[in-house]
Design a protein around this ligand. Structure first.
Ligand code: SER
Ligand code: ZN
Length: 514
């Protein structure tokens, strides 16, 4: 990797000429030491000059210390020398020019730009691909301190591999199948349920009203999950907040994947002021016109402060953030269905299987790697019993690209070892109305993952005695469970499995409309 940096320090006052010898010596020593500490590469402070309150330094390096790291170190050493003796302070630095040249594993499919980068130039030399990155001179000093330069370089590689990877198919390997089951309908389940007045669309995109009839079925499913999964495995219910501020999605890394194909949140805004006077004009307008002046309203609200819960797990972690868990509290096993979660499903209107407001059950567990692995497998086995035995569904399990790679849009390669422990398994149900088993798309109704250290690390959670912490989670929605169920079994209770019927005393009669 080649670097060329021209940097300018701002000083609190001019440097006296007698300081120059010392500064020269400091730079010389710095270069020599850097050179000595590495067996290869080249590091040089090629030039420096000072005029009034400015100190300009030029650094070039080849396969050696990065000049911006040198600048951070030099800043300390310089302050010590010129501060004490000459009472001149360092106010800060700015890049005049910073160019980084590095070899690429693959060449880009097409050119792109990056924030904090003035120019990106791709070129080839002797059959190899390279990039020349010119950092935006306006980059803030604290971004440089906190690793933005390193992340810019990494991001170039990530974006290129995504350009290639995007064309590849997502990982999907069927690992278990219930076998064929008898189905009782070939109708579209959304239409069946709509015609029976079990569900009704609202005025808002992909949002539904769940009538008493279907709510009774959702309640039955909840009880089944408690009896077959949560109760025997010792999971406790909790109520996780459903409004998520940016700090959480920053730690979970969801923010980095925003609208990149895996994470499509609803945004939340705040009023710029809650003063009645501030909104009086809007209130008057609505009263007189019976319409909402949305454009005007938009001027009175903040930029998004975060969004509505997308999955329960990220906001769950702020509970444990920065804490050290007592050994006796491990493993922690939680489930939550205390409120809906939200996803902005782009495209046209969908059926009940793809909703913007969904009623999800989240299963969460944290413990040592052994505990997490064991619980993950237990949960998977119980889910299989619920779907296959209790609901009598034709389902399969598939190892898929882990959701956190999709949602955070990071391109880490998944380990494809046969015995994969960290990863995601999806449960998929056959939907007869969509066509043959082989050719039609099956419906993903639930996932379960063993995630490893990602969340404990991201939220700085530790355990007593430095036990390594792993976590796992799973999500499923009533909308999906019921769509799959009705799609295979139809509306007639007589065709429903006995084990499920045990959980339904009396199905409320649908309200009829004339
Ligand atoms: N985090 C997983 C998902 O988003 C399970 O909650 O699907
Ligand atoms: Zn989750």
């Amino acid at each position: 990797m080649k670097h060329y940096l021209e940097v300018q320090f701002t000083l609190s006052g001019p440097l006296p000429s007698e300081s120059k010898g010392e500064i020269e010596e400091l730079f010389k020593q710095f270069s020599e030491k850097t050179q000595e500490s590495r067996d290869k590469g080249e590091f040089k402070i090629t030039e420096w000059k000072t005029k009034e309150t400015k100190l300009d330094i030029t650094i070039s390096s080849v396969d050696s210390l990065s000049p911006h790291v040198a600048v951070l170190r030099l800043r300390k050493q310089l302050s010590a020398v010129i501060g004490k003796k000459y009472r001149v302070g360092l106010r800060g630095f700015a890049f005049i020019k910073y160019i980084i040249e590095t070899e690429l594993e693959e060449k880009p499919v097409k050119e792109f730009t990056l924030p904090l980068v003035k120019n990106l130039e791709f070129f080839e030399e002797k059959g190899k691909s390279f990039v020349k990155i010119e950092i935006d001179p306006e980059i803030e000093e604290d971004f440089v301190e906190k690793g933005a330069i390193e992340r810019i370089i990494r991001r170039v590689g990530e974006k290129i591999s995504k350009q290639h990877y995007g064309a590849k198919k997502e990982h999907h390997q069927i690992s278990w199948y219930s076998g064929e089951k008898k189905h009782h309908t070939e109708e579209n389940p959304t239409q069946l349920m709509q015609n029976a007045n079990w569900i009704q669309r609202t005025n808002y995109r992909n949002q539904w009203i769940l009538s008493p009839t279907i709510t009774a079925l959702a309640e039955a499913l909840k009880q089944i999950m408690i009896d077959y999964l949560y109760e025997p495995l010792g999971f406790n219910q909790m109520m996780i907040p459903k409004l998520v501020d940016w700090s959480i999605w920053l730690r979970s890394e969801h923010a980095e994947g925003i609208y990149q194909g895996g994470f499509e949140p609803y945004f939340v805004v705040q009023p710029k002021s809650a003063d009645p006077e501030y909104f009086e004009e809007i209130a008057d307008y609505i009263t007189i016109t019976k319409t909402i002046p949305t454009e005007k309203l938009a001027e009175k609200v903040s930029a998004p402060i975060g969004g509505l819960s997308y999955a329960q797990c990220p906001p769950f972690w702020s509970w444990l953030q920065g804490k050290t868990l007592a050994k006796e509290s491990l493993p922690i096993k939680i489930f939550d269905w205390s409120g809906p979660t939200y996803r902005y499903e782009s495209g046209s209107a969908y059926g009940f299987e793809r909703v913007d407001e969904l009623h999800r059950i989240e299963t969460l567990f944290i413990g040592s790697p052994e505990q997490a692995k064991e619980i993950g497998i237990q949960v998977k086995d119980k889910l299989r019993i619920i779907f296959e035995e209790v609901l009598d569904l034709e389902v399969r399990e598939a190892k898929v690209t882990p959701w956190w790679l999709q949602q955070s849009a990071h391109e880490d390669e998944m380990d494809t070892a046969e015995d994969l422990v960290v990863g995601t398994i999806d449960y998929e149900a056959y939907m007869p109305y969509r066509g043959s088993r082989k050719e039609s798309e099956w419906l993903e109704i639930q996932n379960i993952s063993i995630i490893g250290q990602k969340y404990p690390k991201g939220f700085s959670v530790k355990a007593e005695g430095n036990i390594e912490l792993w976590s796992g989670c799973g999500g499923g929605s009533f909308e999906r469970f019921l769509t799959a169920f009705i799609s295979q079994k139809g509306l007639d209770k007589n065709n429903w499995p006995e084990k499920f019927m045990k959980y339904i005393d009396k199905l409320p009669e649908p309200v009829k409309f004339h």
